[in-house]
Design a protein around this ligand. Structure first.
Ligand SMILES: NC(=O)c1ccc[n+]([C@@H]2O[C@H](COP(=O)([O-])OP(=O)(O)OC[C@H]3O[C@@H](n4cnc5c(N)ncnc54)[C@H](O)[C@@H]3O)[C@@H](O)[C@H]2O)c1
Length: 347
């Protein structure tokens, strides 16, 4: 088991390894006393993993209940969020109680926001079950739901108090969803760690999951500690994401977040290379790594068509847009462009 400690506005441990779910009852008792616990999970994950985890908490004498919602990005919305808040209120949860997000990034983002809102804040534990949630969304405290106008438009920063990444959960994750997580792993390699990129570029990763997840969480921890509230360096984690959010929105969320990130990284690197914004060519290497990991490298949406969606993104609010561009594999930089110039770059 590996432990990564995050020192942000809250200090918390991220425990990574096979079987770490068994630590949940003891950790809840030691961190929070004897609270009531509400698990939040989507229907896929609940059917596979919720009952055994609930039993382990009941055996420890804890009062346990759950809120289960339909899987998928379409559930990351204000209606499901307020259903969850009403569920907590109707069942008389208090600020001293704990929400446990058991699931992928959709579950984590929704639960993290609910934990911040309910009675102005209750305890939060993240138990990521998708690779994407393990390497990215469960750590760092960004929470949100989507609005009709775009992704993640209603949210807050809310750090969890514990993250348990049990790598055994990945054995039930469908290959398509596993590939989505690999898009974020490859992102970390491109922005911060050429050795990580080399480790995963062949697509043979199954016997290296604990070190890969640990490395990604450590990179994210370092960035979050330097810029928790996303006013500078944290933007580097958005490599590929500006176009990704546009692709997700334009496809009406038929394209998953991970696949949209894969395509977004390819598009932005192509644009960077054409405009001599990279020090060394890296587009071909990134495409090969993505393909080897079962990810797409292009979409039918043209750059021009994505421009409108990009300008709706919250990141354009002040008339400029910060793009994350690689110098080469393993190091990247942020550069701000006026929106009109972005139109030029994209065309
Ligand atoms: N907060 C952040 O910092 C941050 C960072 C990156 C992404 N995100 C968000 O994360 C979301 C994407 O996360 P995701 O890819 O995990 O999506 P997801 O939560 O929808 O999970 C993907 C699918 O995998 C299933 N699943 C999850 N774990 C499983 C398991 N162990 N076994 C079987 N099935 C399992 C889910 O039911 C779902 O169908 C997006 O909404 C994105 O915006 C947030």
């Amino acid at each position: 088991m590996q432990t990564v400690t995050v020192n942000a506005s809250k200090q918390y441990d991220v425990l990574i390894g096979s079987g770490v779910r068994s630590l949940l009852p003891g950790k809840i008792l030691s961190l929070f006393g004897k609270p009531r616990v509400c698990f939040v999970s989507d229907d896929n994950v609940a059917a596979l993993h919720l009952a055994s985890l609930e039993d382990s908490l009941k055996q420890a004498g804890l009062d346990v209940s759950n809120f289960v919602f339909p899987h998928g990005e379409a559930s990351k919305n204000p209606v499901v969020l307020f259903d969850l808040l009403e569920h907590l209120a109707q069942n008389r949860f208090s600020r001293k109680d704990v929400l446990v997000a058991l699931g992928g990034g959709v579950t984590g983002d929704l639960t993290g926001l609910a934990a911040a809102l309910y009675m102005r804040g209750m305890h939060l534990v993240q138990m990521p079950t998708s690779l994407l949630a393990m390497v990215d969304s469960s750590v760092g405290g960004k929470t949100a739901v989507d609005l009709k106008a775009g992704k993640n438009l209603a949210g807050v920063f809310n750090q969890p108090e514990l993250v348990l990444c049990d790598t055994d959960y990945l054995s039930t994750l469908p290959p398509e969803d596993f590939a989505d997580g690999m898009a974020e792993v490859i992102k970390y390699g491109v922005i911060a760690d050429d050795a990580l990129f080399d480790l995963v570029k062949s697509g043979n990763v199954t016997d290296q999951l604990e070190p890969i997840i640990t490395r990604c969480v450590t990179i994210k921890r370092d960035v979050v500690e330097a810029d928790e509230f996303d006013t500078g360096r944290r933007a580097l984690l958005n490599f590929g994401h500006t176009l990704a959010h546009a692709i997700e929105a334009e496809s009406n969320y038929a394209v998953s977040h991970g696949k949209a990130v894969a395509i977004g990284m390819c598009r932005i690197v192509e644009i960077a290379e054409k405009n001599r914004l990279c020090d060394a060519p890296c587009s071909a290497k990134i495409k090969e790594a993505l393909t080897n990991n079962g990810l797409p490298t292009d979409t039918a949406f043209s750059n021009a068509a994505l421009f409108d969606a990009v300008t709706k993104d919250k990141k354009c609010a002040d008339g400029s847009l910060t793009l994350i561009l690689p110098h080469r594999i393993g190091t990247c930089y942020a550069q701000s462009f006026p929106i009109a110039d972005v139109r030029g770059l994209l065309s």
